[in-house]
Design a protein around this ligand. Structure first.
Ligand SMILES: Cc1cc2nc3c(=O)[nH]c(=O)nc-3n(C[C@H](O)[C@H](O)[C@H](O)COP(=O)(O)OP(=O)(O)OC[C@H]3O[C@@H](n4cnc5c(N)ncnc54)[C@H](O)[C@@H]3O)c2cc1C
Length: 467
């Protein structure tokens, strides 16, 4: 059997059913395609990939290539149209089989259909390795996923089991691609680096090795898992939450690997509400994956999963301010600046800035979802668009109003304004309450803080009396 393995969001060796199956081939081409369409401008002026996201991916591809080489194969990375590139690889090598991991997003499923249509004589084998629960282990059909998370969770917790890990292949068949390979580097792309000197203590490196290191650090070296539930709403630093999402999103780590490591931790160290809660959160991830898959195109359209008609406006000036962290509302701005500088934002932050865009600025929710898609190193089609559907109030959410009072939220989660002051150092010398609402500071306080609103820090884009 001459095979091609099209790597997608399954960029790892461990717990990889597709790789286990492909390893049985006589010769194997491993290919990853960086989609050239990611760099095109979207209708709201975003792209689908920004600097941090691309850098994280390239680091991970480098790592995957090293691992494949140590098993006797190698990775070919192309920039182009995935369907065309995979088709060409199959035709050029006279492949009889094509292996890939099935993806849940609508666009990604269309790629699969196109390949099937264009290569009808090729045997295509696809596997599902993205979710914690295999679709076959769910207590409902893939097109009958409960609309509400709690129902999904309760049934899955009661009736479903998580599969054991697939063993990593010890050796891979040789690649029939003989040419020397150089993987693309970030400098090869014309992409704007929005980094600043300030990383807020966040360090992410793409790849399976870094993912497994992170697991070791969070569970075994620091035992932070023990207190996850009480710290998970934090804002500053690496360890208030697991930070698994970037590695999960690209498939550098498998959710089952995390699950079984939690079970080991429970057996060897401690089982408590926090160890349960991390699994609970992984269930959210599964819920969105199966939900988005079930609803096809609708989660990406204006009216969303529930087809709710609302008026969505768009104002490019306000949108630019939101994107650049220049709304004049410190809690929103700090979060957006963190996102731009690092490619990451906490869950608390995401809920707030998304709510602010949708409910306060009243901008089209898809503009925000697209910007997250561009910027987040953990961008995941299902988690992102699913969560934005929720925030916009057009998803399958029993609570209708998802408006967050951004000032109340900063009082609650950033009581001493440490987070705000980390990302907006110009507010450093303002008393805590005014760091959250600089527009209420008296002229003498602003003068003492050496701060001029409108010059050193933007005037607020709007002020809501409810804040
Ligand atoms: C508007 C919006 C957009 C989002 N976009 C994404 C996205 O593109 N990719 C992404 O992975 N997450 C997304 N999330 C969910 C969540 O914010 C991140 O998963 C989380 O902040 C990642 O940090 P962590 O790994 O430290 O999370 P932890 O708190 O340590 O949680 C562990 C894991 O559980 C999963 N998880 C936790 N919360 C959620 C959730 N609400 N939805 C789905 N999965 C969850 C993630 O896989 C996460 O890694 C979004 C949330 C919002 C409100």
């Amino acid at each position: 059997m001459k095979a091609v393995y099209w790597f997608r969001n399954d960029l790892r060796i461990h717990d990889n059913q597709t790789l286990v199956a492909a390893a049985k081939a006589d010769s194997l081409i491993c290919i990853y395609v960086i989609d050239e369409a990611w760099f095109n401008q979207t209708r709201f002026g975003n792209t689908r990939i920004g600097f941090h996201k691309l850098k994280f991916l390239l680091e991970g591809l480098e790592n995957l290539n090293q691992k494949l080489q140590s098993l006797g194969n190698k990775l070919i990375v192309k920039v182009g149209n995935p369907v065309e590139e995979v088709k060409n690889a199959c035709l050029a090598t006279e492949a009889t089989h094509l292996f890939y991991a099935k993806q849940m997003g609508f666009y990604e499923s269309k790629e699969e259909e196109k390949l099937k249509a264009e290569l009808p004589n090729l045997t295509q084998k696809k596997y599902l390795g993205q979710t914690l629960f295999h679709v076959n282990n769910l207590p409902f059909k893939h097109n009958k996923i409960p609309e509400v998370f709690t129902e999904f969770r309760k049934k899955v917790e009661k009736y479903s089991e998580v599969n054991k890990l697939f063993e990593s292949p010890k050796k891979l068949p040789p690649s029939s691609f003989v040419e020397e390979i150089t993987l693309p580097k970030i400098e090869d792309f014309n992409i704007q680096n929005l980094s600043s000197e300030n990383y807020g203590g966040l360090i992410f490196k793409g790849g399976e090795d870094a993912a497994l290191e992170r697991l070791k650090h969070y569970f075994w070296q620091t035992e932070k898992l023990k207190i996850y539930k009480s710290t998970r709403n934090g804002l500053l630093g690496m360890d208030y939450s697991s930070k698994f999402s970037p590695w999960l999103a690209w498939g550098f780590i498998s959710p089952r690997k995390i699950y079984w490591e939690i079970k080991k931790f429970e057996a060897e160290i401690e089982k408590n509400v926090s160890t349960y809660w991390l699994i609970f959160e992984l269930l959210w991830r599964d819920f969105f994956a199966f939900t988005i898959q079930m609803h096809g195109k609708t989660p990406f359209l204006k009216d969303g999963i529930n087809q709710i008609k609302k008026h969505w406006g768009f104002d490019p000036v306000k949108f630019e301010k939101w994107k650049n962290g220049k709304t004049g509302i410190p809690f929103v701005d700090a979060n957006m600046r963190e996102l731009n500088a690092t490619g990451f934002m906490s869950n608390r932050g995401r809920q707030n800035v998304a709510s602010f865009l949708v409910h306060d600025l009243k901008l089209d929710w898809r503009a925000g979802a697209e910007y997250f898609e561009q910027q987040l190193i953990d961008y995941d089609v299902c988690s992102n668009w699913g969560n934005w559907n929720y925030v916009a109030g057009i998803g399958n959410d029993p609570r209708e109003n998802r408006w967050f009072n951004v000032v109340f939220q900063s009082n609650r989660y950033d009581a001493k304004a440490e987070y705000i002051k980390t990302w907006l150092p110009q507010l450093q010398n303002l008393p805590v309450e005014f760091a959250k609402k600089p527009w209420e500071a008296k002229p003498e306080q602003l003068a003492f803080a050496n701060l001029e609103l409108g010059k050193d820090y933007p005037n607020p884009i709007m002020v809501d009396e409810r804040w």
